[in-house]
Ligand binder design. Structure first.
Ligand code: SF4
Ligand code: FES
Length: 268
């Protein structure tokens, strides 16, 4: 019986010297457990050193191998060839990003938008404690539950590549950044909600999301950015209505140390 082969079709494009992308075909011997990244690395190592790919961890953790495989945005390192149900695998770079070369896209604006929503906890009134910590900031399990899924984001960019608003509005922060804004707004330890909500309550901000839901459908880590964005809209509305704000935010900001209660947990 002959050796099973996979037809790997890879989009090639060097914008510095070519006018348009083209596809190149490679015959890759199929192996049990082979991922799309394995197939690409076989082609790169044995057939064509020039294929440009970005990857690192090979375990769906670093977020660097996002690409479009048979039309769907996925992580190449966790996508099993056998699960695709086809002997032809077509690989293209993610949509909504400029191509650097072949499968490598420019994520500069993606990371800038992430940085633009101030993705870190901010405390305002306890500089002494921040300079010389004497304990831990603790939150309740139910408070952690309200945002923990958003901390699983690995910044792969797949959600933004699938977002119809991102494809038409380059100023839109995108589902990843907005979901992270919600993550910090929801965190009771954070004290910069007003500023962060101002950052997203803009013409090209949170209201540009029309809840297509494609971001959540493609997220490889089970994050639901579409949900985060709708909840963020609720926070913005509450912030514009002072009497409702306290209720929407919850008690918020409590700090307890040393740990007096085994039911309280540290947040990631
Ligand atoms: S929300 Fe999901 S798809 Fe979007 S960047 Fe984070 S891990 Fe990737
Ligand atoms: S190589 Fe790190 S997520 Fe795929």
């Amino acid at each position: 019986m002959g050796r099973k082969e996979l037809e790997l079709k890879v989009q090639r494009f060097d914008p510095s010297v070519e006018k348009a992308p083209r596809f190149q075909r490679y015959a890759v011997p199929l192996k049990d457990g082979m991922t799309v990244l394995d197939a690409l690395l076989y082609a790169k190592e044995r057939l064509d050193h020039g294929i440009a790919i970005r990857f690192s961890c090979r375990m769906a953790s670093c977020g660097s191998c996002g690409m479009k495989v048979n039309g769907r945005p996925v992580l190449a390192c966790e996508t099993q060839v056998a699960d695709l149900g086809s002997s032809t695998v077509t690989v293209r770079p993610m949509d909504n990003f400029a191509i650097v070369r072949d499968l490598v896209v420019d994520l500069g604006s993606f990371f800038s938008k992430h940085a633009g929503i101030a993705p870190h906890l901010e405390r305002k009134g306890d500089l002494q404690e921040q300079e010389s910590p004497s304990g831990e900031y603790l939150i309740r399990p139910d408070e952690l539950d309200s945002f923990v899924q958003f901390t699983y984001c690995i910044k792969c960019g797949l959600c933004s590549s699938a977002c119809p608003t991102s494809s038409t509005d380059s100023l839109f922060p995108g589902p990843q950044a907005l979901a992270q804004a919600h993550r910090f707004v929801e965190d009771p330890r954070d004290e910069a909600n007003e500023e962060r909500l101002d950052l997203v309550d803009k013409e090209h901000g949170v209201w540009r999301c029309h809840f297509a839901g494609t971001c959540s459908a493609v997220c490889p880590k089970g994050v639901d950015p579409a949900l985060g964005i709708q909840l963020l809209k609720r926070h913005v509305m509450a912030a514009r209505s002072p009497s409702r704000r306290k209720k929407a935010k919850g008690g918020g900001g409590a700090r307890v140390f040393p740990n007096p209660n085994k039911d309280l947990v540290k947040s990631p």
